[in-house]
Design a binder for this molecule. Structure first.
Ligand code: GTP
Length: 604
């Protein structure tokens, strides 16, 4: 299976906006080349994680090798490297694109260019990839391939005279796509005589073999039994196995420059073989690693606390296990006066955060309270020290702060013209600074804003979707830190400060947010036997206060007489309702209350 001449290898990716048909097309290509038998075909072979499948999004990259006999009669090896479809994972996208020479740009012909199409296509062009436009879903009655081709030419500047019209679902245009990959994507460079350099574009943890690493050989050759070095982590291993992804793993003796494959070497955790790292031979190392390695830095943090304090060791164990497979996940123990023991966890973004939370609950059966997400603030103290603060509760007191900076993003929103007004209003409410507005094509507009990341992580996406009836799309990238007039908003429940409810807001918004938060908490916290005051404060100054009136009746009073079973049922029902509550002092606070601040961001 190896020793294919490099002229007959093609390495490519598929880039697309969510739902434009990337996975469906990948499946078709696998089927058409006979790589996967139709009867083996689970729907969407490449998206293998359950959560991904349920949400219909691609998170982890994978790869597949296809054999294809082209119209010129030659047999080619086509390596498809899949890319995750979400802004949180754009670094992984860039690394998998770096492993390719070409990309299929799939655009839904009934929709058109979206924010993610653009972001991905720019990444592909930065990596010098040959981009092949594919107008997908032409089977739909609403498809307008000519209009969309014009849009791609106009917006991206790609020649679309030969854009392929396709339907991944109905199997139209698939041969044309395969031929175009062979004809238009350049073969890899023949660098087999150079010292080994292989680029890691994905890795996952396997309980039996240790980490399995997916890589593209850029230069040289790698063989089973070789002693290799990961140039960024500095770790060295003897290879137990190398092989190709056909798409199941098939062992081979060696892989040469231009090829794509996997290796295993009893590596203990993915952080020792990170995406973007370069593999070389320990005995004859390359001088320089492949450029572009970056260590993933978490952008969003939250607290995770077990509802039941006894589950703390289980939570630690679960995080340790997840971490084996997720080098971007960070966590450290956190003690909160209100919540007890838990962990402060760092994530690449909101989706990454949700995935981890969901896996902890589903796969490890933990009952968790999650606090609202926070970004990382940069505080300069009066002693001129710089402190990074990922937890509002740990913000140095105002008298110790010289200045405070927050992360900013450049946000691009693509929307039908009708929603421009309401979306501009939303961006302005979120402290966005207007930068640009362009008409992509008649009727479709792109808005560019610079905005604090903190305003994006408080459900900007949902707001944008609901204001545009689902039609707008967005992308953002970090552009650095900026000084702002920020304050910490504390919350007291029944007189006790509740540190996980503390948040950092702009001074101009503090009163509005404080009032809305107090009202929202009043709504969310159930009544108790006693009256519960709720206050929001900046420093010692209370800026909003509410109270939850006491319950008047004993719930059991209704169950007169000795009807034990009914009483029991009622108590059980209450116990169920109590799940996902955290007792703070004598007050039971439900999970929703910890997220209350996310629900008020836009109306204050
Ligand atoms: N009518 C029609 N529907 C299609 C076609 N290709 C894909 N779809 C449908 O469009 C939806 C999204 O397709 P996916 O292949 O999951 O899209 P994706 O781009 O992989 O989405 P993510 O994995 O979320 O990035 C699915 O319901 C597909 O059945 C097509 O050519 N025609």
């Amino acid at each position: 299976m190896t020793d294919v001449p490099v002229q007959r290898i093609r390495n490519f990716s598929i880039i697309a906006h969510i739902d434009h048909g990337k996975s469906t097309l990948a499946d078709r290509l696998l089927q058409e080349t006979g790589t996967v038998e139709s009867r083996d075909m689970k729907e969407q072979f490449l998206d293998s994680m359950d959560i991904e499948r349920e949400r219909g999004i691609t998170i982890k990259l994978q790869a597949a090798r296809m054999n294809y006999t082209a119209q010129d009669g030659e047999e080619y090896i086509l390596n498809l490297i899949d890319t995750p479809g979400h802004v949180d994972f754009s670094y992984e996208v860039s690394r998998s694109l770096a492993a390719c020479e070409g990309a299929l740009l799939v655009v839904d012909a009934s929709q058109g260019v979206e924010a993610q199409t653009l972001a991905n296509v720019y990444l592909a062009l930065e990596n010098d990839l040959e981009v092949i436009p594919v107008l997908n879903k032409i089977d739909l009655p609403g498809a307008e391939p000519d209009r969309v081709a014009g849009e791609i030419e106009e917006v991206i500047g790609l020649d679309c005279t030969e854009a392929i019209q396709a339907s991944a679902k109905a199997g139209i245009g698939i041969d044309a796509i395969l031929e175009s990959i062979v004809k238009d994507v350049p073969p890899p460079q023949d660098n087999v005589d150079k010292p080994l350099r292989a680029l890691v574009f994905d890795s996952y943890y396997d309980a039996y073999r240790g980490v399995v690493v997916y890589f593209r050989v850029m230069d040289g050759t790698v063989k089973t039994g070789d002693k290799v070095r990961f140039m960024a982590s500095g770790k060295e291993y003897v290879l137990d196995e190398v092989g190709v992804l056909a798409p199941n793993q098939v062992k081979v003796d060696a892989l040469h420059a231009g090829e794509v494959g996997y290796l295993s070497a009893s590596i203990k955790a993915v952080e020792d073989a990170r995406v973007g790292d370069t593999i070389t031979l320990a005995t004859k190392p390359a001088k320089e690693p492949f450029p572009g390695y970056v260590e993933a830095t978490p952008m969003v943090f939250c607290g995770l606390f077990p509802t039941d304090a006894d589950q703390f060791p289980d939570l630690r164990e679960a995080l340790d296990k997840l971490r084996l497979n997720d080098a971007a996940l960070q966590y450290e123990p956190e003690t909160s006066s209100a919540m007890g023991f838990g962990f402060r966890c760092g994530f690449l973004g909101l989706l990454h955060m949700e995935i981890v939370q969901e896996r902890l609950e589903r796969e490890y059966n933990l009952d968790l309270i999650t606090t609202a997400p926070s970004v990382v603030y940069r505080v300069t103290t009066i002693k001129d020290e710089v402190v990074l603060v990922d937890n509002p509760a740990h913000l140095p007191d105002v008298q110790h702060r010289e200045k405070m900076e927050e992360p900013y993003v450049k946000m691009e929103v693509i929307t039908p013209e009708t929603y421009v007004g309401t979306l501009m209003e939303l961006c302005q409410q979120r402290r966005g600074a207007f930068i640009d507005m362009k008409y992509l094509t008649p009727g479709r507009t792109t808005l560019v804003y610079e905005m604090p990341l903190a305003e994006v992580v408080t459900d900007f996406f949902d707001q944008m979707k609901s204001r545009s009836r689902g039609y707008a799309s967005m992308e953002y990238q970090l552009i650095g830190y900026r000084v702002n007039n920020l304050v910490k908003l504390d919350v007291m429940i029944n007189g006790d400060p509740v540190d996980p409810l503390a948040t950092i807001v702009h001074r101009d918004k503090a009163y509005g947010v404080g009032r809305a938060l107090a009202e929202k908490l009043k709504e969310l916290i159930p009544r108790h036997q006693f009256k519960i005051p709720i206050q929001a404060a900046i420093g010692a100054k209370v800026i909003a206060s509410e109270h939850i009136p006491a319950l008047r009746k004993d719930v059991l009073a209704k169950c007169y007489g000795g009807d034990i079973s009914r009483k029991k049922k009622l108590l059980q029902k209450q116990a169920k309702g109590k799940k996902r509550m955290k007792s703070i002092g004598t007050v039971d606070v439900p999970q929703a209350a910890f997220m209350a601040v996310l629900k008020i961001g836009s109306d204050s």
